[in-house]
Design a protein around this ligand. Structure first.
Ligand code: 4AZ
Length: 279
């Protein structure tokens, strides 16, 4: 075997580095690896695929011992494949850590007003097959008080997820990524240069993005929570592409109406189980 020329060595190194996604800093899109345990409420929704394995498909947040909150547009994919589960306490999805717990999804409860065409009502509750145990890696994300219903434009928010790390990548991220984004006022978001009312960004949605188009949530982050001022404010819902400065992410806003529905549904369901157990 001939010895490689030193220049060949560095050329190979350069090629290897430039092909590593992390080198470009393109995580979630433009974000960074989340600190382990910094988002213990983050849950991965996984669907059983034709490859005979569960694959990360959406994000969601743990809101009680047996409920997670996510986006309604995730439901058809979950139902089409029948078998879906959630993974809690994960940072890397592939690494087999003790902290990771897998629980089946046994029920979907729709807000009932989801309209795919116009994007409204993109919110759904998923009931888990058993109660989860809370620990350092698995914690509830508290729902805000019903008084908190909107956030001022310019507010800094964060989103985490295992979604795509670049617009052109096919795969989701193995490690949880997070990014900081800013709230954009509805008027701007609906203006001609932005969404031009297609879809209409209504009072129960919120636009959040990066004016330079470097950072965004993307495919696979859908359903995950939007945190602003340390409060659970919204759900990753939609966007035309990812990291386009004039097409920021559109999030379902946790309005009083949605929060009342969530609280009522969880209470009613807990009562139903008790009632069922009596017979
Ligand atoms: C998606 O397809 C998706 N840039 C999620 C978020 C955004 C765009 C698309 C926001 O799940």
């Amino acid at each position: 075997m001939t010895k490689p020329h030193p220049f060949e060595h560095s050329l190979f190194l350069l090629l290897a580095i430039s092909l590593t996604p992390a080198y470009h800093g393109v995580e979630i899109i433009g974000g960074r690896k989340a600190k382990a345990r910094s988002n213990p409420y983050m849950v991965s929704i996984q669907i059983f695929t034709d490859n005979n394995m569960y694959e990360h498909s959406f994000g969601c947040a743990l809101i009680s011992k047996n409920w997670v909150l996510t986006a309604a547009h995730c439901k058809p994919a979950m139902q089409a494949k029948r078998k879906s589960q959630v993974v809690l306490g994960a940072h890397s999805l592939s690494q087999d850590k003790k902290s990771k717990k897998t629980v089946p999804i046994i029920k979907w409860i729709d807000y009932g007003k989801f309209n795919k065409k116009i994007g409204v009502g993109d919110i759904i509750l998923l009931k888990l097959g058993r109660n989860v145990k809370f620990n350092k890696d698995v914690k509830v994300l508290k729902l805000p008080k019903t008084k908190v219903t909107d956030v001022k434009p310019g507010t800094s928010c964060s989103v985490a997820g295992w979604g795509k790390t670049s617009t052109c990548s096919k795969n989701h991220s193995d490690t949880l990524q997070e990014v900081k984004l800013k709230v954009i006022d509805r008027k701007t978001c609906n203006s001609k240069d932005y969404y031009n009312h297609d879809p209409e960004v209504t009072q129960d949605m919120i636009c959040v993005g990066d004016s330079e188009g470097r950072e965004d949530s993307c495919q696979g982050d859908s359903g995950g929570p939007l945190i602003c001022n340390k409060k659970y404010i919204g759900i990753v819902s939609y966007g035309k592409g990812c990291a386009n400065p004039k097409k920021p992410g559109i999030y379902t806003l946790l309005t009083k109406e949605y929060l009342d529905w969530i609280n009522k549904t969880i209470k009613t369901q807990a009562y139903n189980v008790t009632a069922e157990a009596l017979y």
